[in-house]
Design a protein. Structure first.
Length: 158
């Protein structure tokens, strides 16, 4: 009976571990998207700045040059704002990783207790079976003696 409860606990702990692992994958994906977005924004900002400078050198319109430079700067500011989001995602990832390690340890600990309980139950069953076999052997060996005694005593009379 004890092993059944422990099996249920192991299953529950594994379910929790799987849920936390899924959370970790989700946080990792968000972190990766945030890092990619920051890189893209920086790259686009540089492209706009280079385009503005190239256009200014070739005698392009001043309005386009200033708009392109301003847009490039906004892209860089937005990319810089992503640094905070990235830091938040990294902190969340570390928190979830710690929770996952704890969940894994919990599963291992409960599994060890379950394995020990199963060993104890198996030893008890084997011992009971051994006693039953010994009792059967003893009964067969002592059976004729018991019957002889019954025959010697005869039927009981009231």
């Amino acid at each position: 009976m004890k092993s059944d409860a422990l099996k249920a606990l192991v299953a529950l702990a594994r379910t929790q571990e799987d849920r936390i692992a899924a959370q970790l994958r989700d946080v990792q994906a968000k972190l990766q998207r945030a890092e990619q977005l920051r890189l893209q924004l920086d790259d686009f900002g540089l492209e706009y700045r280079h385009a503005a400078l190239d256009n200014g050198r070739s005698g392009g319109q001043l309005g386009f040059v200033s708009d392109a430079l301003a847009f490039g700067q906004r892209l860089h500011r937005t990319a810089a704002e992503q640094v905070g989001a990235i830091a938040d995602h990294r902190a969340r990832r570390e928190e979830v990783q710690r929770a996952l390690v704890l969940a894994q340890h919990r599963v291992q600990a409960i599994q060890k207790v379950l394995d020990k309980a199963l060993r104890v139950e198996r030893v008890a069953v084997e011992r009971r079976q051994q006693i039953e076999v010994e009792d059967m052997i003893s009964a067969r060996l002592n059976h004729p003696v018991g019957m002889d005694r019954a025959a010697q005593n005869g039927p009981k009379r009231a």
